[in-house]
Structure formats: C-alpha cells, structure tokens
Ligand binder design. Structure first.
Ligand code: FPP
Length: 248
C-alpha cells in the first residue's frame, strides 16, 4: 500500500466541519518536473493531468464541494508554439476521454476564461462537457482556461455598463453582489483556500476578486508530485489559520 492509498477517506486529524468549501489551485512546476526526469516539459503537463484528476477525486472523497484549477492563463500564449499546441490538444483529449467517467461521478464541469479564443475543436468539447454535466449534484469542477482575472473584471464592467445603457441595471443597485454575478465564476462561492505549487509567491492574475479573503498556501512541491499526502498537509495548515475576514 502506498502512502496515499491510506488516504481514501478524510484523515482523522482533519476537522470535517472546518474544511474549505472551495479550493483553488495554481498548478505550477510541470515543466520543471519533466526536465527533472530528463524528459520534455510537456511530459510534466501530461503527468499534471493525472495529479489534477486525483485531487478532484480526493476533494469529492473528503467532502470538499468545489475545486477550481488554473489550466491556462491569458499570458500563457507567450509560450513556445509547440507547447501551446500541446496543451490545447491535451485539454481537448482529456475532455473527450474523461467526460463519461466524470459525468458518472456526478462532477459538474465549468470552464471560465475567454473561451471564444480557444481552438474550435476544444470549444466544442467544452460546450459538450458543460451541457452533459450541468445538472450533476456532486463536486463543482471549474477549469480556468485562457483566463486572466483583469480581463474577467473588465468584461464584468462592460456587461454592467451594457445593462445600465439598456435600462436593465440601475447604477444605484451596483454592489459587490451584483458585480460578482457578472464574473465568469458567478454561482460558485469564493475560494477559501488557494494552493500554489512549486514555490512561487504570486497570484499571477488568478481570481483577484474572488480570492479577497482566501487563505494562501504555497508549497515547494512540483505540481505532478502534489498527491493526497501533500493536500492533507495543506488542509492541516489551513485548519490552523484563524480566519478573521478583517475583524479582530
Ligand atoms: C504550469 O506548469 C501548468 C500549466 C500550464 C497547467 C497545465 C494543465 C494541466 C496540468 C491540467 C489541465 C486539465 C484539464 C482538465 C483541462 P509550468 O509549465 O509553468 O511549469 P514550470 O513552472 O516548471 O515551467
């Protein structure tokens, strides 16, 4: 039995009543992991998909109702063309191969980001995945793809401005709640915990609005090595924090 096989159920030293309701992850370190194995960077991305799949299952097994993963940022188009093409094909292939199983496991899939700039074949798989799983009541799985938080905030402003212009929004009613309803993530509670792997202390244009009160956990572990044991450690750390939301 491996170290993580014993973690199919919530570890006894975690308090079920204090689990985050939504975990967000910046999955950094795939390229470095590939290189460390003496292989190509993209091998790390492929391995990273398995890590993400297991984290999704782990959240479901342990009773965490929402997981959001940062798969591709608006800045990632600046990577070498072969790597961008590889990632787009990887996302498409993962959706095509895994959809039936995720649906059977009651996963509700949602993509956030500027999706109309993605390759058409990937957009088709996204539409299919979201439509197939929209009624599922298990875990909410959000994948940020061609996502940039500033871009999201700007499009929310535009959408509200349109509403004001056509008379459906009264400027006096614009508040944080209404603003949140115009973000891609509307309907999902804000993350309680942000995990970033591979040591960088940055938010990298990820969920800037939604992470306002999230606890941040950074680990040196490279994403492909972020297993249930590593997630367990992150949750233990999270449960020791005193969340004050600006109060004393
Ligand atoms: C960054 O590592 C990681 C990514 C660009 C994310 C890759 C995407 C996945 C693993 C999963 C996507 C899954 C679905 C379901 C669509 P990096 O290349 O920045 O690593 P480095 O910091 O070592 O260079």
């Amino acid at each position: 039995m491996s170290k993580t096989d014993s973690l199919l159920e919530l570890p006894t030293n975690l308090d079920r009543s204090k689990l985050p309701r939504h975990v967000a992850v910046i999955m950094d370190g795939n390229g470095r992991w590939g290189k460390k194995q003496g292989l190509a960077r993209v091998v790390g991305h492929r391995q990273g998909v398995d890590t993400l799949k297991d984290l999704l299952r782990c959240c479901r097994d342990w009773g965490i109702p929402a997981l959001t993963a940062y798969a591709f940022s608006t800045e990632n188009w600046g990577r070498p063309l072969e790597e961008v093409d590889f990632l787009m094909a990887l996302f498409e292939g993962v959706l095509r191969r895994e959809l039936a199983e995720m649906n059977a496991e009651q996963v509700r899939i949602k993509f956030v980001g500027k999706l109309d700039a993605l390759p058409p074949a990937l957009q088709d798989e996204i539409i299919k995945a979201e439509a197939t799983t929209s009624k599922n009541q298990g875990i909410q799985f959000t994948i940020a793809t061609n996502y940039g938080s500033r871009q999201e905030i700007v499009q929310a402003c535009k959408s509200i401005a349109e509403g004001v212009k056509n008379g459906s929004i009264d400027p006096a009613e614009i508040d944080e709640k209404l603003f949140g309803q115009h973000l891609y993530t509307h309907g999902t509670p804000d993350p309680d915990l942000l995990i970033r792997t591979s040591g960088e202390m940055r938010i990298s244009n990820f969920l800037l609005w939604q992470l306002a009160y999230a606890e941040i956990y950074v680990t040196d572990t490279l994403w492909p090595n972020f297993d249930r044991q590593a997630f367990h450690e992150a949750l233990l750390d999270y449960q020791q924090r005193h969340r004050r939301f600006g109060k004393v």
